[in-house]
Design a binder for this molecule. Structure first.
Ligand SMILES: [Zn+2]
Length: 125
């Protein structure tokens, strides 16, 4: 594999991103488009969204004061969310993210529909 070596920062540990306390509260803020407070004080800046194989995802974040990195797990789509998206497709509308709301359209990733911010798969194309 000729994979490019990831950029490392001095604060990065070999253990990878840290878990966050109270992920439910942070997810609510994240879906609402609000800034996420860091456990270290300051705010968490979003680095990227990492989709997982099972349809869930993780948002990778970096604290803007300590440069510590965190991962916020995003639960996979529920049956209700999937059926909401299916109903939007059947109406001929562009389905939007059931968590982020009408402002955020789902995007095609191969044969699946996913939210670019959640990283979660909500339906099939
Ligand atoms: Zn979303």
């Amino acid at each position: 594999m000729s994979k490019q070596r990831p950029r490392t920062t001095p604060a990065e540990t070999s253990e990878g991103p840290l878990p966050l306390p109270d992920p439910k509260k942070l997810l609510k803020l994240y879906y609402g488009g609000f800034q996420l407070p860091s456990p270290q004080g300051g705010f968490l800046e979003q680095l990227r969204v990492r989709p997982e194989d099972d349809g869930s995802a993780a948002v990778l974040l970096e604290c803007n004061t300590s440069s510590l990195r965190y991962a916020l797990p995003v639960p996979k789509a529920t049956r209700t969310e999937r059926s909401k998206v299916k109903a939007m497709q059947e109406e001929g509308a562009d389905p939007h993210c059931p968590r982020h709301g009408p402002g955020l359209r789902l995007v095609r990733t191969g044969r699946e529909l996913a939210c670019p911010l959640c990283g979660v798969v909500y339906g099939k194309v």
